[in-house]
Design a protein around this ligand. Structure first.
Ligand code: HEC
Ligand code: HEC
Length: 376
């Protein structure tokens, strides 16, 4: 009995040793401390570069997860334009996220697929405590851990003037860093100055985007996203397993609505949609062209409204205002019928070409955003 125990103990030590050995070799280009420039990089949207630098270190520090295995950068990868190429991302202990990891990027819509965070400061806490992502059930233990990590006191002094770690300061620093992810030096923007001209296909794509295909109705402004608190249903299914904003507000009229994501760098951030169901931009375009389902909450811009288009307000009231109260209430509206864009092959290719003109390849190489724990 005793021998057996000894044997199994020895065996587990061998396993443990082998495990550590493996980790050592896997992590040979990893540094235990962040490798930082002598004077901080210049962060364009930051008045305190030391604060953004602290945010960068926190963003890439695996110590911020319960078992030191996952950092923000594990799911928001610079080589994937700060998104993930997996449909669902792997968090702690092989658990997977419920939604596709969107890119970290500046845009005008609320944050997360269901828009539940209003700003980066509020957002930063959420992955830290999320049961899949970083699992810090007890935030005070995380704060102690950061406080007791050799390189942080100095970084906190530089950023805040004192070495006291608080969760608010952690959020503030991460938010400061996130506020600089503005990668919009793309071909389309450059064409405004006249230094670059778009190809015929890109130009056709642009006119479809803002015209017949109506993409610009929802993906608007310089970041091609929606607006704060906005949400739209694009009819991915007849019935959604993930009801997005509706799950959050418990209002069935919000079911299947998601915030309108940015299209900047969209070429790099496949797979697409909240559930990562589409692998290519061609599939996305085909969805809008012919694949939209008649979901009861389908957005107006994606409905075939030809039966109502030519009616005057008076005629519409006569047709639809069944209870004659002078307004057409939601339950008096006809059930939505999805639009069919009937794009030809050239038009579909043109839309994809325009989407690819929204790419800024500097997202992959900008050293201000790379992992400071990697030896280069
Ligand atoms: C295990 C993978 C994982 C980790 C770790 C992770 N995230 Fe995320 N992140 C996601 C997923 C998935 C979403 C979308 C969740 C949703 O919408 O419900 C998301 C959403 C976001 C968004 C919103 C983007 C947008 O435009 O809506 C930001 C910003 C973000 N994460 C930053 C961070 C930061 C900062 C950390 C570290 C503190 C972090 N993430 C850690 C997977 C991860
Ligand atoms: C009614 C508003 C609306 C219109 C019109 C619209 N979109 Fe979208 N788009 C959305 C919403 C909302 C999502 C996210 C849906 C989801 O994940 O359930 C989305 C997602 C996308 C995505 C995936 C983004 C990502 O990060 O995964 C792409 C690409 C896209 N749209 C391109 C287009 C193109 C091209 C058109 C025109 C053919 C278009 N959209 C028209 C609202 C719209």
């Amino acid at each position: 009995m005793k021998n057996k125990l000894l044997l199994s103990l020895t065996f587990s030590f061998i396993l443990l040793y082998a495990g550590c050995k493996k980790m050592e070799t896997d992590n040979s280009n990893y540094s235990n401390e962040p490798i930082l420039p002598a004077s901080p990089y210049n962060y364009t949207n930051s008045s305190n570069d030391n604060l953004a630098t602290l945010g960068r270190v926190l963003f890439y520090d695996k110590k911020l997860s319960l078992n030191n295995s996952v950092s923000c950068g594990s799911c928001h990868k610079q080589i994937k334009a700060f998104a993930d190429d997996k449909q669902f991302s792997v968090g702690l202990k092989d658990s997977v996220t419920r939604r596709n990891s969107p890119p970290v990027a500046l845009h005008s819509a609320s944050l997360f697929w269901d828009g539940r965070a209003a700003n980066f400061h509020d957002l930063a806490l959420m992955p830290l405590v999320n049961h899949v992502e970083m699992m810090n059930y007890d935030i005070s233990r995380l704060v102690d851990k950061i406080q007791n990590t050799s390189y942080y006191p100095d970084l906190f002094v530089k950023a805040f003037g004192n070495s006291n770690v608080s969760i608010d300061h952690v959020q503030t620093a991460i938010a400061e860093f996130l506020g600089n992810f503005n990668f919009f030096n793309n071909k389309y923007v450059q064409s405004w100055g006249g230094n670059i001209t778009l190809t015929q296909m890109e130009l056709l794509g642009k006119s479809l985007f803002y015209g017949k295909a109506k993409c610009g109705n929802c993906h608007s402004g310089n970041t091609f996203s929606g607006w704060e608190n906005g949400g739209e249903c694009i009819g991915l299914d007849d019935e959604y397993t993930d009801n997005g904003i509706g799950e959050r507000t418990h209002n069935t009229a919000d079911n299947a609505k998601f915030r309108v994501p940015t299209l900047l760098n969209i070429e790099y951030t496949a797979p697409y949609m909240h559930d990562g169901r589409f692998n290519t931009l061609e599939e996305v375009v085909e969805h809008y062209n012919s694949g939209i389902h008649n979901h009861p909450n389908l957005s107006w811009a994606l409905q075939n409204t030809s039966s109502l288009d030519n009616l005057t307000e008076q005629q519409a009231l006569l047709l639809l205002d069944l209870n004659h109260d002078g307004i057409i209430s939601t339950d008096e509206m006809p059930a939505p019928v999805a639009v069919k864009l009937n794009l030809n092959n050239t038009e579909k290719k043109a839309l994809v070409a325009f989407l690819k003109a929204l790419s800024d390849p500097s997202v992959f190489t900008d050293v201000r955003f790379n992992d400071p724990f990697v030896k280069r």
